[in-house]
Design a protein around this ligand. Structure first.
Ligand SMILES: O=C(O)CCC(=O)C(=O)O
Length: 315
């Protein structure tokens, strides 16, 4: 598939995916809606303890992969996140969608502070929206399964008031936003005003194919979640989040993003820009979280920045 082709018909579960009986209904729902959740990963007390540790460890970013203020890929220096990306329940769902061989290619940190705006509707396939270059490129020519799956886990209550994720059910079958569109406005110049947009420095509505598009109210799902729960979605399902209308409750979530091993991550790039920051990829590598890597497309990191090996729960 080339960078600009769109999947037709909508992506399917990978032909070599193994779907255990106890999650068959969930995977069917994911195929229909483009997301599935909430899925419990941690008990609420465990989630509270994890976020406490993550916050403490966040204060020392000396071993972080990138020295910028966008918290990408902190699973390399925050031990709780190194373990989180390989959580067995996450792997069970991923291998039921993407097939047996899976890479974690990114984590993103999503605190939503009191008073923060809604995150506007967006739809992403290869992350070109960031700087006009695809950050993911499938290499199997007949591939029509999902190329990227996000697991968004909240460590604090995610409610309509503190900011929960919202989805347009079934929208992964339509192209509503075109992230390949040539647009300066959409990609922003990241001045102070731009950084306050509803999409972290971007104006995503500028990528809309029909500028008047609005979702049908009956298709919109605002998914409230408890601490320790996750929602699994394809970013090609239109999504966003509600504002944080509280006065003092920060909502804190981590998105971990995964691809099958045949996908090239950051093709032909030594560094990239996103959200007004530059990311030097010299120490970067994807993490093999399930199965085997039979390709030579991507550098693989087997250890975090403390020299601790990442687990591969399906190995
Ligand atoms: O955490 C949020 O509020 C939005 C997250 C999001 O849009 C994403 O993970 O793509």
């Amino acid at each position: 598939m080339t960078q600009t082709e769109r999947p037709t018909p909508a992506a399917q579960i990978s032909a070599n995916a193994y779907v255990p009986d106890d999650i068959k209904a969930d995977i069917e729902q994911f195929s229909r809606d483009g997301f599935i959740g909430p899925i419990k990963l941690y008990e609420p007390e465990e989630a509270a303890e994890l976020i406490r540790e993550i916050r403490i460890n966040n204060q020392d970013s000396s071993r972080a992969l990138y020295q910028n203020s966008v918290n990408y890929d902190r699973h390399f220096d925050i031990p709780e996140l190194s373990r989180h990306v390989t959580h067995p329940t996450i792997i069970k769902y991923l291998t039921a969608i993407l097939g047996p061989d899976v890479l974690n290619w990114r984590t993103e940190w999503f605190p939503k502070f009191p008073g923060a705006k809604a995150t506007e509707w967006h739809q992403v396939r290869d992350y070109s929206y960031a700087n006009g270059k695809p950050q993911l490129l499938p290499t199997e020519s007949n591939w029509n399964a999902y190329i990227d799956i996000t697991v968004w886990t909240t460590f604090t209550p995610a409610t309509k008031d503190t900011a929960c994720m919202k989805f347009v059910r079934g929208s992964q079958r339509d192209w509503i936003f075109d992230e390949h569109k040539t647009t300066q406005q959409g990609r922003g110049d990241f001045n102070v005003e731009q950084a306050k947009t509803g999409f972290f420095g971007y104006d995503f509505s500028d990528f809309a194919i029909d500028p008047n598009w609005e979702p049908r109210p009956e298709d919109v799902v605002e998914l409230e979640m408890k601490p320790g729960e996750a929602v699994i979605f394809t970013a090609s399902c239109v999504h966003g989040s509600t504002p944080n209308n509280t006065e003092r409750e920060t909502r804190f979530a981590i998105a971990s993003r995964y691809v099958p091993t045949h996908v090239r991550v950051y093709p032909e790039q030594d560094s990239f820009t996103a959200h007004g920051a530059t990311f030097d990829l010299s120490e970067y590598g994807s993490v093999l979280v399930a199965g085997e890597n039979r390709y030579e497309h991507n550098r693989i990191r087997t250890e975090n920045n403390h020299g601790v090996k990442f687990a591969n729960p399906s190995a």
